[in-house]
Ligand binder design. Structure first.
Ligand code: B3K
Ligand code: ZN
Length: 874
C-alpha cells in the first residue's frame, strides 16, 4: 500500500455541499441512491479530474445533473469512480450502488449485527456505501431516507433530526432524517432493526428540548439505565465545564453486539459496542460501569470536539481524540475521585502507551506518515494525546486554558482544523509562545527525566539536578529536549512540606518547575533538614522519572506526601525495587527474599485509611508487564512471574490477619449501587481477598468460594472467580463450570469468563484457550469474543503468550491469518501484542520473529495486517 504523508496534504479540488441518500435496506441486496452536489473548491486545483473513493462497491448507475452518464464519460471500479473531464461548475452526481450488508464481515461501511443494520464509517467506511470524497475536510449537509421491511426493521435511525416517516407498499416503511450541521462522511450513520428504546428528555442550558434515546436488543431495556444516566450527566457537565451545549432535537445511542472498537460518535447517532452500554448489577462489574460512564461521555463530548470541529486530515486525529480523552478523564475525575482516576489513567498510559512508544510501533502523537489509518487509533494518539492537553493546562494555568478552549470552540466551529490552529488559540489566550511545546506532537518516544538531589547541611541548601533524554524511535534517530512541567515538593523527615525558595530569590509557584532544556540545576535555600524530593506530582508529564531514592525515602513519601498520586507511586516504586531484585534472584537460581517493610507499610495504610479506592490501587502491585518494562531488555517472563508470585505470597502472609480484618470489615449488607464510594469499598475488599489468598491459598480459596456463591452482584462474584482462577485444582474448574452454567445465555458475561481463563499464568492455558476456541459460545466472527479470548491471552498473559517454546506466538499468528480476510482491522489490532517482541530474551525473540514472518508471507495480505507486521519487523 502507498504511504500517505502529512507534507503532501492539499485541499480537495471539489467540495460536496449536500448529500441526499436513499438507502433501501435488504439483507443481501441493499440499494443506495446517493446524490452529491459538487462544486469546484476555490482552494483546489483548476483543471483537476474528479476522483471519488470507493471500496468494494458495485455500481448500478451513474448520472450527472440527472442525466445518465455514458460509459465513456467515466471510469468506475469497485475501488473508485473518476470523471476525467468534470464540468467546471456546480453539478450533481447520482449513483446507485448495490451492497450486501450480510456479507460485510469487515464491520466497516453498512453491515448487519445480529440482524440489525448499522454502519461504521470512521475512518474510511463511507466509501463502502457510495463513491465519495471520503476525507474529513469535505463537509456536507446530509438528508437520509431509509426504507426497510417494517417487521425486519421497525426502527430506522439516521443523523440529525427526524423529518418524516410512514408506510410503503409491500410491508415496507421509510423514515427521513436531516442533519443540518455540515459534517465529514466519517460521521455518517444509519441504523435499522428491531430494537427497544429507553427514552428521556433533556433541556439544555438555553432551553432546547432534546429527546434522548438508548436503543438496545429487546429484553435488555433494564440494562440501559446507567448509560442513559451517564449521558445526562455528561450533557450537563459539558455545559458547565466547557460551555458546550447540545445542538439537535434528538440524541440517540444504539448498542450493537458486533463492533470493531468501543463506540462511534456519529452526529446525533452514536453507535456503541453493547459492552459499553449494557449494565446491570448482576452482569456488569464496577469496572464495566466506570467504562460505560467514560465512553458514553467520550462519544458525547465528541459532538463539539470532533464533530462541530473536526480534523482537516487524519494526521490531526489527536486533535479530536487526545482532546476528547482529556475531556472524558476530567468528567470522570469530577464524578468520582480525581486522584484515583489519575492513578488508573497513568497505569493505563504506562501499560499501553509507554509500551507502544518503546517498540517498533512507536509514532508521534501526530504521525507524519501512514499506510493504514485504522492502525493509528492508538494509545499514543489517544492517551498521550490527552497527556499533552493536561500539560498544556498545567503550563498556561486553568484560566488561560479555559479561555483557549472557548476561543478554539468559537473560532474553529464548523471547520476541519489542525493541531496548529488549536495551539494558536491557547497561545493567544495565554500570551505564551507554545512553539517549543508543539514538539511533543512531532517527536515520538517517552522522555526520561533524570533527577539527582544533594543536601548541604552547613549551607542549608538542597540542589536538584534535572536532565532529560528521549531514546531513538523508528525514523527519528536524534531527539530534541521537550518542555516538561515538573510539579514538585520537598518533604522533611517528619513529613512536613518544605518551602520552595530558590537561591535566586524566585519561588516556584504551585511547586511548578518547567524543564525546557536538556538539563537544569535548582538550588533551594533555607532547607532546614535533609529533604526527600517528591517529583512529577500528579504525574505532571508523560515521562519516565529516574531518581535514585532508597527505601527510606520512598516509604517516607508513601506515608507523608501531600500528593496522593506520588504516595501511590512511592508504594509502586518500593514494590518495583523488590521485584527487580527478586527477578535477579530467580534468574540466578536463588530464593527471592523481601524486606518486610513494604508489607508493613501496606498494613499501616490499611489500618488507617478510609479512602478505599485509593488503598485498592496501592494494593495492586506492579503487573508482570510493568516489571518487564522496567527491565527493558532480554526479558524472561517466567522469572518475572515467579518473582511477582513470591512477593504477593510474602506480603499476603505478612499481613494476612490485617487483610482478613479488612475483608470482614468491609462486608456490606446493602443492595448494590455502582457509585464510586461503594465501588471503592468493593475494590478494596476484593484486593484484600486477592492478597490474602496469595499468602494462604487454602483459606483464601475457601473465602472466595463462599463469596462466589453469596454474591448478589457481578463485581463480587467475578472477583471471587478471579481469585479461584489463580489456584489450580478441582475447585477452580468447578467454579469456572458453575459460572459458565449461570451465564450461558449472556455473551457479555461469558466474555469475562473467556478472558479470565486466557489470562491464567500457567502452561496449561494454551491448551485451555485452544479448547475454548471450540466452545459453542465462541466465534472469531465476533470481535468481543475474539478480544476476550485471544486478546486477553496475547495482551494480559505475559508468561503464557511469551512461552519459551513459541506456541503462544503460533496461536496468535494462526488466529491473525484466519481473520485477515474476514476482519483485517481486528487481526491487526490483535497483532499489536507483538509490539514489544524485541525486548525479549534471544530465544523468545527468534520464535516471535518467525511467527511474524509467517503472517507476513500470506498472500494476499490485508493492508491493515501488512502495515503492523512490516513495522514490527522493520
Ligand atoms: N472515533 C471512534 C474510533 C474510530 C476508529 C476507527 N478505526 C471512537 C472514538 O474514539 O470515540
Ligand atoms: Zn474518540
Amino acid at each position: 500500500a502507498t504511504v500517505i504523508r502529512l507534507e503532501d496534504y492539499r485541499p480537495a479540488d471539489w467540495l460536496i455541499d449536500t448529500v441526499d441518500l436513499t438507502v433501501s435496506l435488504h439483507p443481501t441486496a441493499t440499494m443506495v441512491r446517493a446524490t452529491l452536489a459538487l462544486r469546484p473548491n476555490p482552494a483546489g486545483a483548476v483543471d483537476a479530474p474528479l476522483a471519488l473513493d470507493g471500496d468494494e462497491l458495485t455500481l448500478v448507475s451513474a448520472a450527472l445533473d440527472g442525466a445518465p452518464l455514458g460509459l465513456d464519460a467515466y471510469t468506475a471500479t469497485s475501488q473508485g469512480f473518476t470523471l476525467p473531464h468534470p464540468p467546471r461548475r456546480a453539478f450533481t452526481l447520482t449513483f446507485e450502488t448495490l451492497l450486501n450488508p450480510t456479507a460485510n464481515t469487515k464491520l466497516m461501511g453498512l453491515y448487519r449485527s445480529s440482524g440489525v443494520y448499522c454502519t461504521q464509517c470512521e475512518a474510511e467506511g463511507f466509501r463502502r456505501i457510495t463513491y465519495f470524497l471520503d476525507r474529513p475536510d469535505v463537509m456536507s449537509v446530509y438528508t437520509t431516507r431509509i426504507e426497510a421491511d417494517a417487521r425486519e426493521a421497525p426502527v430506522l435511525l439516521g443523523n440529525g433530526n427526524p423529518v418524516e416517516s410512514g408506510p410503503l407498499d409491500g410491508g415496507r416503511h421509510y423514515a427521513v432524517w436531516h442533519d443540518p450541521h455540515p459534517k465529514p462522511a466519517y460521521l455518517f450513520a444509519l441504523v435499522g432493526g428491531r430494537l427497544a428504546r429507553v427514552g428521556r428528555r433533556f433541556t439544555t442550558r438555553s432551553g432546547r428540548e432534546v429527546e434522548l434515546g438508548v436503543y438496545v436488543e429487546p429484553g435488555k431495556e433494564d440494562r440501559a439505565g446507567y448509560a442513559m444516566d451517564a449521558l445526562v450527566r455528561s450533557m450537563r457537565w459539558d455545559e458547565t465545564a466547557f460551555g458546550c451545549e447540545y445542538d439537535l432535537d434528538v440524541f440517540n445511542i444504539v448498542a450493537v453486539s458486533d463492533f470493531n472498537m468501543g463506540a462511534m460518535e456519529n452526529k446525533g447517532l452514536n453507535i456503541f459496542n453493547d459492552k459499553y452500554v449494557l449494565a446491570s448489577p448482576q452482569t456488569a462489574t464496577d469496572a464495566d460501569y466506570a467504562n460505560i460512564e467514560a465512553i458514553i461521555a467520550h462519544e458525547y463530548f465528541h459532538n463539539w470536539t470532533g464533530n462541530r470541529i473536526t480534523c482537516r486530515d487524519w494526521f490531526q486525529l489527536c486533535l479530536k481524540e487526545g482532546l476528547t480523552v482529556f475531556r472524558d478523564h476530567e468528567f470522570s475525575s469530577d464524578e468520582r475521585s480525581r486522584p484515583v482516576k489519575r492513578i488508573a489513567d497513568v497505569r493505563n498510559l504506562r501499560a499501553h502507551q509507554f509500551a507502544e512508544d518503546s517498540g517498533p510501533l512507536a509514532h508521534p502523537v501526530r504521525p507524519n506518515a501512514y499506510r493504514e489509518i485504522n492502525n493509528f487509533y492508538t494509545a499514543t494518539v489517544y492517551e498521550k494525546g490527552s497527556e499533552l492537553i493536561s500539560m498544556l493546562k498545567i503550563l498556561i494555568g486553568s484560566e488561560a486554558f479555559r479561555a483557549g478552549m472557548d476561543l478554539y470552540l468559537r473560532r474553529c466551529d464548523g471547520t476541519a482544523a489542525t493541531v496548529e490552529e488549536f495551539l494558536a488559540c491557547f497561545a493567544e489566550a495565554s500570551g505564551r509562545d507554545l512553539s517549543h511545546f508543539a514538539l511533543w506532537y512531532r517527536q515520538a518516544g517517552t522522555p526520561s527525566l533524570m533527577a539527582k538531589g544533594a543536601y548541604d547541611e552547613a549551607a542549608r541548601t538542597y540542589t536538584l539536578e534535572l536532565a532529560q533524554a528521549t531514546p531513538p524511535t523508528p525514523g527519528q534517530e536524534t531527539k530534541e529536549p521537550v518542555v516538561i512541567p515538573v510539579r514538585l515538593g520537598l518533604i522533611a523527615a517528619d513529613g512536613e512540606e518544605l518551602q520552595l525558595r530558590l537561591a535566586d530569590g524566585r519561588e516556584l509557584a504551585d511547586g511548578l518547575f518547567v524543564l525546557d532544556a536538556p538539563a537544569a540545576k535548582l538550588t533551594f535555600v533555607d532547607v532546614p533538614t535533609q529533604p526527600t524530593p517528591s517529583l512529577l506530582r500528579g504525574f505532571s508529564a508523560p515521562v519516565k522519572l529516574r531518581i535514585d531514592l532508597d527505601e527510606d525515602d520512598l516509604l517516607r513519601l508513601f506515608r507523608h506526601d501531600s500528593d496522593p498520586f506520588n504516595r501511590w507511586q512511592a508504594a509502586q516504586s518500593v514494590a518495583t525495587r523488590l521485584l527487580l531484585r527478586a527477578v535477579d534472584a530467580v534468574k540466578s537460581q536463588g530464593e527471592p527474599g523481601f524486606s518486610p517493610r513494604f508489607a508493613e507499610a501496606l498494613g499501616a495504610l490499611l489500618a488507617a485509611t478510609d479512602d478505599h479506592a485509593f488503598a485498592a490501587q496501592v494494593m495492586a502491585l506492579p503487573s508482570e508487564a510493568d516489571i518487564a518494562r522496567e527491565i527493558g531488555q532480554d526479558i524472561d517472563p517466567d522469572a518475572i512471574l515467579e518473582a511477582r508470585r513470591a512477593l504477593r505470597a510474602s506480603v499476603g502472609r505478612l499481613i494476612g490477619p490485617r487483610l482478613r480484618q479488612v475483608y470482614d470489615g468491609l462486608a456490606s449488607g446493602e443492595a448494590y449501587s455502582p457509585d464510586a464510594a461503594s465501588a471503592g469499598r468493593r475494590a478494596l475488599r476484593n484486593a484484600a481477598l486477592d492478597l490474602f489468598a496469595a499468602g494462604d491459598p487454602e483459606a483464601g480459596a475457601e473465602l472466595a468460594a463462599a463469596q462466589f456463591e453469596a454474591a448478589d452482584n457481578m463485581t463480587d462474584r467475578f472477583a471471587a472467580l478471579a481469585v479461584l482462577a489463580q489456584i489450580p485444582g478441582e475447585r477452580r474448574e468447578q467454579a469456572l463450570a458453575r459460572f459458565a452454567a449461570l451465564y450461558e445465555t449472556d455473551p457479555l458475561v461469558l466474555d469475562k469468563w473467556f478472558a479470565l481463563q486466557a489470562a491464567i499464568p500457567e502452561p496449561g492455558t494454551l491448551e485451555r484457550v485452544r479448547a475454548l476456541m471450540s466452545h459453542p459460545a465462541f466465534s472469531l466472527a465476533n470481535p468481543n469474543r475474539t478480544r476476550a479470548l485471544i486478546g486477553s491471552f496475547a495482551m494480559a498473559n505475559l508468561s503464557q503468550f511469551n512461552r519459551a517454546d513459541g506456541k503462544g506466538y503460533d496461536l496468535l499468528a494462526e488466529v491473525a491469518l484466519k481473520l485477515d480476510d474476514a476482519n483485517p482491522q481486528l487481526a491487526a489490532r490483535l497483532l499489536g501484542a507483538f509490539r514489544s517482541w524485541r525486548s525479549l530474551e534471544p530465544g523468545r525473540r527468534a520464535k516471535a520473529e518467525s511467527a511474524l514472518r509467517r503472517v507476513e508471507a500470506k498472500t494476499p495480505l490485508s493492508a491493515d495486517v501488512a502495515d503492523i507486521v512490516s513495522r514490527c519487523l522493520a
